[in-house]
Design a protein around this ligand. Structure first.
Ligand SMILES: Cc1cc2nc3c(=O)[nH]c(=O)nc-3n(C[C@H](O)[C@H](O)[C@H](O)COP(=O)(O)OP(=O)(O)OC[C@H]3O[C@@H](n4cnc5c(N)ncnc54)[C@H](O)[C@@H]3O)c2cc1C
Length: 487
């Protein structure tokens, strides 16, 4: 008797360990084939940004190698998933297809359509939770609604039980071996995910190791060198306390429960020195923000484009393209902002504290629509995530659920002085200011001509003057946002 074939459709779960869809497909005697579909055709699916495309190329390369070592072929196909997945399943003679659930509206619509087509063809289809600690419909208020405020959301989710522990073993090697039918696969190079002419990815290559092995190494490095002291150190962009697991989590190269439990184990000193509870709790709390963002996206599928609070629909945003361009290029004249925007451009990542500072400057001081910032981040972040990015921007703008209050306007000078006190972060990403003393590096326009000269800084030439005066920008923002409150 020939063995059955199971197809696992991989998407944002590009890993082998703790991958419930892959484990389900590989359970039993069946042959397993994996596929990834580059779907730029289904309505409503947002095309990946440039940095994500770079990451995806490398992640798929590593995944194909890892699957191959376990006797599983990774088939690459481009097209509308609603056509491609059922057609592939039929061609393979697959009896079932497994995948990990996604939580965006368009993605859910695609997955439902695929499921319906497979079932029409008599093929079993099963979806699994491979991305979240708590799926959005499992956490509800007492009146059965979804949570709009983080703290009660997190409390309620965790009251239902701590996240399940990941299974100890890797997915078993399928014993039935490779399918006997020849399977056509696209060549990854033909997808042209990598930038050419120009190749702007040098900084990304120098910074990241996409793929499951890179994720596991990153987690280990964080547990050894970041978690202890995380609660206080996580706000310091000049130091290395945060995990930088975000792109690995966004592509599903590591499961959130693996990360959660690895951190929890350090409480007892398992695998290393014991870590204070407040550090582990703070880290868990950040993972819960990721959960909350997905909760919001599931219940508000238009989170990236529509104000969560409708009164913001009438906000008089200022569409100043020159100011937006200066912000994107890291030329605002506020060193901490410019350091963040250049870190983003060079490495595809920005420290969370600095995301808040640059976001606040854009939407408050410059009164530019948060959606312009969201789109720029979407294109340039290696961790661009439909839920976290949209929720983060709406939080900054004040238009979101549980958002920053409208009168909270980050002061980019004080923020720089507080969180980058020696100016090391600025010096790294804005090298033309590196020789300024710490006392003025966050506000070079206050330095004496002698100090500027000694540091080789020519204001307005080698480094710009502020795009907007802080006090004036703040006052203008407060007036505009206060008018909205009264409306
Ligand atoms: C305007 C804005 C846009 C953002 N866009 C994204 C995005 O596209 N993708 C993304 O993953 N995060 C986004 N964030 C959240 C946060 O900045 C990043 O998750 C974090 O900086 C990633 O670095 P890390 O892995 O070292 O974080 P750590 O401090 O080590 O946190 C661990 C993990 O928790 C999650 N997390 C941490 N902070 C948040 C948060 N505020 N909201 C949701 N999840 C969080 C991430 O998955 C992160 O990897 C955004 C924040 C803001 C203010």
């Amino acid at each position: 008797m020939t063995a059955a074939t199971h197809l696992v459709w991989l998407r944002n779960d590009l890993r082998i360990a703790d991958n419930p869809a892959l484990a389900a497909a590989a359970d039993g005697e069946a042959r397993v084939v994996a596929c990834f579909v580059l779907d730029e055709h289904s309505p409503g699916l947002r095309p990946l940004g440039g940095a994500s495309r770079w990451w995806l190329h490398h992640s798929l390369t590593r995944l194909a190698e890892a699957l191959d070592r376990r006797g599983i072929a990774l088939v690459l196909r481009r097209g509308a998933a609603t056509d491609v997945v059922p057609a592939l399943a039929r061609a393979l003679g697959a009896t079932r297809v497994d995948w990990s659930r996604r939580y965006g509206g368009a993605e859910i619509a695609v997955d439902k359509a695929v499921k319906a087509r497979l079932r029409q063809d008599g093929i079993e289809a099963a979806s699994h939770n491979g991305a979240l600690l708590y799926e959005p419909w499992t956490v509800k208020t007492k009146t059965g609604e979804f949570f709009k405020v983080f703290t009660p959301f997190a409390r309620s989710a965790r009251a239902g039980g701590e996240p399940a522990a990941p299974p100890p073993a890797l997915v078993p090697r399928p014993i039935a071996g490779r399918p006997t039918v020849a399977i056509e696969t696209d060549s990854l190079d033909d997808w042209r995910l990598l930038p050419r002419a120009p190749d702007w990815a040098g900084g990304l290559r120098a910074t990241w190791q996409p793929g499951e092995d890179g994720a596991i190494a990153r987690l280990a490095a964080f547990l050894d060198a970041g978690l202890r002291g995380y609660a206080d150190g996580r706000d310091r962009p000049d130091q290395g306390f945060t995990s930088r697991l975000s792109p690995h989590l966004a592509f599903g190269e590591i499961s959130p429960r693996t990360v959660w439990h690895a951190a929890a184990a350090r409480l007892d000193g398992l695998g290393g020195e014991p870590v204070p509870a407040r550090d582990v709790e703070k880290f868990h709390s950040e993972l819960m923000w990721r959960e909350f963002s997905h909760h919001l996206l599931y219940h508000r599928p238009d989170l990236a484009t529509v104000n969560f609070q409708p009164r913001f629909d009438h906000f008089p945003w200022n569409g100043d393209p020159a100011a937006l361009a200066r912000w994107q290029a890291g030329q605002t004249g506020y060193p901490i902002v410019d350091a963040g925007m250049r870190q983003l451009w060079q490495t595809g990542y920005m420290h969370n504290r600095v995301r808040m500072i640059v976001g606040s400057l854009l939407v408050k001081h410059l009164l530019i629509d948060w959606r312009a910032g969201e789109r720029w981040f979407w294109d340039t972040l290696v961790d661009a995530d439909a839920a976290n990015n949209a929720a983060g921007w709406q939080w900054i703008a004040g238009s979101g659920a549980d958002a920053a209050p409208y009168f909270r306007v980050f002061n980019p000078i004080l923020q720089g002085e507080k969180f980058d006190p020696d100016g090391a972060y600025v010096a790294r990403y804005v090298p033309e200011l590196a020789r300024l003393p710490a006392s003025v590096i966050q506000k070079p326009w206050t330095a004496s001509p002698q100090t500027l000269h000694a540091a080789g800084v020519r204001l307005g030439e080698s480094y710009p003057r502020p795009v907007v005066d802080h006090d004036k920008g703040r006052a203008r923002a407060l007036a505009a946002f206060a008018a909205l409150q009264d409306a």
